[in-house]
Design a binder for this molecule. Structure first.
Ligand SMILES: Cc1ncc(C[n+]2csc(CCOP(=O)(O)OP(=O)(O)O)c2C)c(N)n1
Ligand SMILES: [Mg+2]
Length: 689
């Protein structure tokens, strides 16, 4: 079935091009077969140009959703690498200027045109638009260099599987200014992964000539990281043959490569933003490799090809236009994919493994859970700085693991964005990566990977899940100073699609981690308070609050409760504040005869609203205690939720003062809530008029 694939398999030249209904057609899509003779290349290059000309026309008619970036002038460059990737495990990662890559990969003109128009027939149902497309082994995103670490993760998966798949990561020359690109080149090099970094060197980035933004030589960057490096021009006669050699060389060696392709962008960056002179533009038109291929053909033949393309694309445009506007489906009303059951064998093995352990502290519980996960599930892989033996991580949480699982416990360079990106790539490929960041304060370095990549894919793309867990120690009271003492949950909880867990010694932290890794297919930050590592894991007299199953994830990550059910005060807290709150509650009972109840969620985002409201709404006085700066954070959201639900009792919050956490213990004590400040807050709450 030719379906909507233009030039599917070997084209019967005069065979009519058929366009089928979108859903049906997309399943049947086959990779376009484009041989490297002039006619075949011209046919496909002209097809891309025709699609993009239509897209520009639709923009002019106000029919696009947002803007678009065309590859007009760069078609042969964009075709070349993608057409040479002919192994089923090959992957193409692209960027804002992706139409040529996508069409070469899929041939799906209707899917692309409808996507940029925000129609239901779009390849991503209109969610992604021009820049964000996922289809089988093709992924593009709109953040420069953002996909590079992800490409390394996918390539690491290929290497571990013994597959000869190659991952091509396309970036523009302007993107040579992005740091993550270099983290990724380094990671791919040391892990000896089959990534081909492709620089589409068109000399310009938006309106800036890259001659002013690139120091030194581009190829020397490849050499510096020990990459095989090539520089080719898309205007040279056997360009596509040369690219085939680069790809087959990368495949055969399994090594990382840097391929620089000199090319020229003929159109503006997106729309109406071309500051180049008329002479410059004329020079670029004269160089146009696609036009040169056309000139090499017999004129009648060329005109026939052009007419066929124009008719085909006109039909595709009609079909896209006939598709209704995209509408939000119920399944996409929040960004989380449903929990899954762990395979029964795995579940049973984990349960019996847990039974063996009796008294253990939080650090040991996490360590033993990681060990069990590695033993039981070959998909599990740990990445992080200094994880190796005999060090076992800065807080010793991975002690003993690198010896037992040398190929899946990977000590990495200091590259937080790169390793979180690699984790996303591994998760995309169905593995269960657990990335350790040495201190939670360093999450900011990986924030773009979390904020613009990990959480976006499951929401934008129906069939994509990112079961990534980022574990990291948080919290103060160790005298580590402003950049090693923070509780960054407040930065995280407002990110749609990000799960934020903060367990405590009262929770079964092993079970929390197991559920996060095996049962929750959503990107998750798993916070561990430094001061809880040494606490005994002990449920004490806590019970689980009945979960409201409307809350995503609430049954996997329970909220705990202890104390009186008709208390004078209910204290809601989490993470490292719990032991302090417990001591304060004891003092309140002993010294002031005030009865407390303590509620401890482990799931901070998505906030288990129904679950929490069910046990809070009828209380008389609620104090929320957190170690983070309490402005704009978890406690603020809790209090807002209660007010909106009609809570009529007393409310107060206690948190760290909103200034950076100092190093001196005496100063820390003044800022971070302690037993006394909690006792004082309760008394204030209960006695104020
Ligand atoms: C991190 C990031 N910074 C800035 C932008 C805005 N932006 C989009 S494309 C672009 C120029 C990219 O130039 P280059 O990498 O050379 O690719 P080209 O457009 O030439 O293909 C810029 C600045 C972005 N999308 N992402
Ligand atoms: Mg450029």
């Amino acid at each position: 079935v030719a379906a909507r694939t233009h030039i599917a398999e070997e084209p019967g030249r005069d065979q009519p091009l058929e366009i089928k209904a979108p859903a049906l057609a997309r399943e049947a899509l086959t990779r376009p077969a484009i041989s490297k003779d002039a006619e075949s290349l011209y046919r496909f290059g002209h097809f891309i140009r025709t699609v993009e000309s239509r897209i520009l026309d639709l923009f002019g008619r106000g029919l696009l959703s947002g803007t678009t970036h065309t590859c007009i002038g760069q078609e042969i460059c964009q075709i070349s690498v993608v057409r040479a990737l002919d192994h089923p495990d090959d992957v193409v990662l692209s960027n804002h200027r992706n139409h040529g890559h996508f069409l070469t990969y899929s041939g799906d003109a209707v899917g692309l045109i409808a996507e940029v128009m925000g129609r239901r027939a779009g390849v991503c149902g209109g969610y992604g638009g021009s820049q964000h497309i996922a289809f089988r082994g093709f992924h593009s995103n709109g953040i420069q260099a953002g996909m590079t670490g992800i490409g390394v993760g996918i390539a690491l998966d290929r290497k571990l599987r013994g597959s000869s798949g190659v991952v091509a990561v396309m970036v523009g020359d302007g993107t040579l200014g992005e740091g993550l690109l270099y983290e990724s080149m380094n990671l791919a090099s040391i892990w000896k992964c089959p990534v081909l970094f492709v620089i589409e060197n068109n000399g310009i980035a938006q309106t800036t000539e890259t001659a002013f933004t690139i120091g030194g030589s581009i190829e020397a960057r490849g050499a510096a990281f020990g990459l095989r490096t090539w520089r080719l021009s898309d205007a040279s006669p056997d360009f596509c043959g040369q690219i085939e050699t680069v790809v087959s060389d990368t495949r055969a060696s399994g090594r990382t490569g840097l391929l620089v392709i000199d090319t020229c962008r003929m159109g503006p960056h997106s729309k109406g933003d071309d500051l180049r002179t008329d002479e410059e533009k004329a020079r670029i038109r004269l160089r146009d490799p696609l036009a040169a291929l056309g000139r090499s053909l017999n004129e009648g033949r060329r005109m026939l090809i052009e007419t066929e393309n124009e008719n085909f694309v006109a039909d595709a445009e009609r079909e896209a236009l006939a598709s209704p506007e995209a509408r939000l489906e119920r399944s996409r009303e929040h960004a989380f994919k449903r929990a899954v059951e762990a395979p029964p064998v795995l579940e049973a093995a984990f349960a019996s493994e847990q039974d063996v352990h009796t008294r253990r502290n939080v650090r040991v519980a996490i360590n033993q859970t990681l060990r069990a996960l590695l033993e039981l599930d070959p998909r599990v892989i740990l990445l992080g700085e200094d994880l190796h033996e005999p060090y076992g991580g800065a807080f010793k949480v991975t002690a003993g693991l690198s010896t037992a699982f040398a190929d899946r416990v990977i000590s990495t360079p200091i590259s937080e964005a790169g390793i979180v990106g690699a984790g996303i790539g591994l998760a995309l490929e169905g593995r269960r990566p657990v990335v350790e960041l040495m201190f939670a304060d360093f999450l900011t370095l990986a924030m773009d990977q979390i904020y613009n990549h990990a959480v976006k894919f499951p929401a934008m793309f129906k069939d994509v899940t990112i079961p990534l867990v980022i574990r990291t120690p948080a919290g103060g009271r160790r005298g580590y100073g402003p950049t090693h003492s923070q509780n960054p949950e407040n930065l995280l909880v407002s990110v749609p699609g990000l799960t934020v867990l903060f367990g405590s010694h009262r929770h079964d932290v092993g079970r929390l981690l197991f559920n996060a890794v095996e049962r929750w297919p959503n990107p998750t930050v798993f916070l561990e308070h430094k001061l809880l590592y040494g606490e005994w894991q002990d449920p004490g007299d806590y019970e689980t609050v009945a979960p409201d199953l409307e809350d995503p994830g609430t049954d996997l990550f329970p909220t705990l409760r202890s104390g009186s059910t008709s208390p004078d005060v209910t204290i809601v807290t989490f993470g490292g504040m719990l032991p302090i709150v417990e001591r304060a509650a004891e003092r309140l009972a002993h010294d002031e005869e005030i009865e407390s109840e303590v509620i401890v969620p482990a799931l901070l985002a998505p906030l288990p609203r129904g679950t929490l409201l069910s046990c809070l709404i009828d209380r008389e006085a609620i104090l929320v205690v957190e170690e983070s700066h309490h402005h704009f954070g978890v406690s603020a959201e809790l209090v807002a939720m209660l007010s909106e639900a009609g809570f009529s009792g007393r409310l107060l919050r206690v948190g760290t003062m909103p200034i950076p956490i100092p190093s001196a213990r005496s100063l820390e004590r003044e800022l971070i809530p302690d037993e006394q400040s909690i006792v004082d807050a309760v008394i204030e709450l209960l006695t104020r008029a």
